[in-house]
Design a protein around this ligand. Sequence first.
Ligand SMILES: [Fe+2]
Length: 335
Amino acid sequence: MTQLFAHPEVEDYFVEHDFRLAARQDGQAARQAVIDDFVGEKLILLRGLTFDADLPFLRSVTFHQKWKWKKLALTRFHAIPADKRRNDPEIIEFVKDIFRDDWARFEYFVQQSAKINDQVLAALDLVFSSYRFSQRHVVWRFTETRVENLHFDVDRHCDGLELVRLYVNLDDAPRMWYTSGTFSTAAYEWYDKLKLSRFRGQSTDALLKTLDTGVFGDWNARGRDKVARHLVLFEPGDVWLLDGRRVSHQVMYGRRVISTLFVAGQDGVPDPMKTFAHTVAELHQFHEENHGKLPAHLARRSAAEKLPSSSGAVDLRTAWEDLPEHVRQESLIRL
Ligand SMILES: [Fe+2]
């Protein structure tokens, strides 16, 4: 069960989809529903996607807290033949740091992590079968992450690209995030205050960076955030996906997650009108034509999606302890 401590002043963009429906041969409508929510600035919890691998073993692997191992693409390790791995300086360092020179344990880790990678790649290829990706990365983040700053992702040189990030919590503890609104809500509300028109026709890096700093504060403000935020606890085994440029986020605490970065150009997407590049172009176009106003659909959406005020204390027995196991594992609960 994913626990969402929803803030009444922040729009609710959490949705759930069933991977098992999307994976069916006749699941085109279910796949399209995921994609519509992905480009529609939602945070998608993908239910029913499980992995055939030795998860207890993977949870027993503790990464040395070293910057070098923070975001690790294991594909390089996987690609090197087993009999050549002992000659690779980076692998030697990795085995020493993580496995205390226990090569048998390392080889098993390589085997199990390759199984996970294959299944993650296949799952995302299936859901996004109408896309043609030019890059498909799976990144292992097994070091501990504490108190990032709240942000929209700034991916350099990614204008005109669609970026799909899917996360799997492989840890035995929840991964804790804050999230504080969508790109559209922030960009339309702050457009004039932050003079975002100056970024028209330029790379979106600078616009996103200005938005991050102006709305949320910079890296040094992390942990002292003042903006209204949802707190979400992603359970062990939870799978979720989003475009990190469209949904703000902040890791408060987490270990052992894997994430993807799938990249598609404008010629690899089914509908170029539903891309992040198009959203940014629309933002500038709207402000040129309607100076100082909020678009009607956004104003309506904000009002409709904001949550009602909490009606008193939450009884965690009914919210957690008394729920059947399958409900606890498979549902989002708003607290
Ligand atoms: Fe991020």
